[in-house]
Structures are given as C-alpha cells and as structure tokens.
Design a protein around this ligand. Structure first.
Ligand code: TYD
Length: 132
C-alpha cells in the first residue's frame, strides 16, 4: 500500500530527546504546511477522506491513536505511539483515525498548502477513482 513508517534519527542525551526534520534530509518531500490535532475524544473517527495529490507525514508526538489506511482493496491499521516514527501517507489512500488516548497530539507535515479541492470526501467516489 502507498504508505511507509519512517524512523527519524533521535538526538538523545541526559537532557532528553530531540528530533530535527530538515528539507532534503531524512524527509521525503518539501514541507509546505504543518498542522496539529489534539483533544479528540477516544471514540471519534476523524479523517474519512483521501487526497488526490497531497502527501503527508503524521507524527504522534504524544500519546497514541490508530490509523486505518485503505487503498480501495486492502485495509491496514497502524498504531502510532512513538514520536520518532512518521507515518508517510501518499495520495489516494482513504484514512480514518481513532482510538485517541487523552494525551494524543498528532503533528501533520504536508507537501501542499490546504486545498479543499484536493480532498475526496465521498467514499464511493474514492472507490471509483482507486479502482480506476
Ligand atoms: P479535516 O481535514 O476534515 O480534519 P480531519 O481529517 O483531521 O478530521 O479538517 C477539519 C477542518 O479544518 C475543516 O473545516 C478544514 C480545516 N482545515 C484547514 O483550514 N486547514 C488545514 O490545513 C486543515 C488540515 C484543515
């Protein structure tokens, strides 16, 4: 499926841990937008969309949650609970995310500016496009 789990190098010492993400280094695209999500109740299902072109790397910087990724044929669940991992989701993947811990904070690094026209929010339309 069109996703990967990236392992970011940690600069760890007695002060704690630090991860730096720089354009062209340890990162698959030029970042145009960053947003973050927190305070979502455990049983809420967010997402429920795919993107036509956008690529994203999702980092669970605190707590945990589950991402259900679906390419129209196969569904896979990825549990995120480690700030040194980045879930790299490419285009044409339907994503739903849920099971948020109380302290869950998701930071999303995106390859494009926000554009509603890049979203596919209708599941039937997604299936039609993915089976193309
Ligand atoms: P949405 O992408 O539907 O959230 P999620 O998939 O996490 O449930 O976005 C929620 C709202 O925030 C929607 O009204 C669009 C707005 N929004 C922006 O204005 N800019 C952004 O970069 C994002 C991601 C969302």
């Amino acid at each position: 499926m069109n996703y990967q789990l990236l392992d970011f190098p940690i600069h760890g010492d007695h002060n704690g841990n630090l991860i730096a993400l720089e354009k062209g280094k340890d990162f698959p695209f030029d970042i145009r937008r960053v947003y973050y999500i927190w305070g979502t109740k455990s049983d809420i299902i967010r997402g429920k969309h795919a993107h036509k072109n956008l690529e994203q790397v999702i980092v669970c910087v605190s707590g945990s949650c589950d991402f259900v990724l679906n390419n129209g044929t196969v569904k896979e669940t990825v549990h995120l609970d480690n700030p040194s991992k980045g879930l790299y989701v490419k285009h044409n993947i339907w994503r739903e995310f849920t099971n948020f811990s109380k302290d869950c904070v998701l930071m999303v690094l995106a390859s494009e500016y926000y554009s509603e026209s890049d979203y596919i929010r209708n599941y039937d339309e997604f299936l039609k496009e993915s089976r193309g």
